[in-house]
Design a protein around this ligand. Structure first.
Ligand code: AMP
Length: 213
């Protein structure tokens, strides 16, 4: 069973995705991380993707779908996928569902719910490790990551880009989530991340034991 993780920026998708993928031996597909890797390449496409990400806009569907298709098609048989950050709009939801159906994959969608206020608070105060990319909330006191890496602010966690990203979520991703509403699992993302993680793992226990691919 594949899982599609939805949530407003700052909902904790990345952290929860890692925990769930680890527990159920799933392959994590982190769309933002894949695109940031592409944006670091010194090619015309790399530069274009970087400017789109830094401004908080969505990268072209064709670019995103090529990466995800590659990922799905090169996976070992029997391995489940946890999708983080895709789909982000209706067009992408249709492309992703077609891809998964074509490959005979079963999937469930999960929404981690937070308010816009919480998203804003978390995005403007969080830091990430420059090496392993672990995300640290405002109450993390140290200046270095547990891996020793330097903690930095993500380039697109600036007020203007945050506003653009939240608007894209509300205008483009929420309508895409609607497509999954009949079978959507909702998790409250407001509590502290450890608590949300515990709830998420409990809820997903049932889902992951449903008949799979
Ligand atoms: P994230 O790490 O999920 O917050 O994503 C960072 C940035 O990558 C987003 O603000 C977009 O610019 C881009 N991005 C991530 N996922 C997608 C997607 N599914 N479609 C288009 N652009 C995306």
């Amino acid at each position: 069973m594949d899982i599609i993780f939805f949530g407003m920026q700052g909902a904790g998708k990345g952290t929860l995705g890692k925990a769930v993928a680890k527990k159920y031996n799933m392959q994590l597909f982190e769309t933002g991380a894949e695109l940031r890797r592409l944006s670091a390449e010194s090619s015309e496409l790399g530069h274009k993707v970087k400017s789109i990400i830094d401004a908080g806009h969505l990268v072209d569907n064709a670019v995103v779908m090529e990466i995800v298709e590659n990922f799905v098609q090169n996976l070992k048989p029997g391995v489940s996928i946890l999708f983080d950050g895709i789909p982000r709009k209706i067009e992408q939801a249709n492309s992703l569902n077609t891809l998964l159906d074509k490959n005979g994959r079963k999937y469930r969608a999960v929404l981690i719910n937070i308010s816009r206020e919480t998203a804003l608070k978390r995005l403007t105060t969080r830091r990430i490790c420059s090496v392993c990319k672990t995300v640290y909330p405002a109450d993390y006191q140290n200046d270095a990551c547990e891996c020793g890496g330097e903690l930095i602010t993500r380039q697109d966690d600036n007020p203007q880009s945050i506003e653009t990203r939240l608007k894209a979520f509300e205008e483009e991703t929420l309508p895409a989530i609607e497509l999954y509403k009949d079978n959507l699992i909702k998790i409250d993302g407001e509590p502290k991340i450890d608590e949300v993680e515990k709830t998420a793992l409990e809820i997903l226990n049932t889902v992951m034991n449903e008949p799979s691919n």
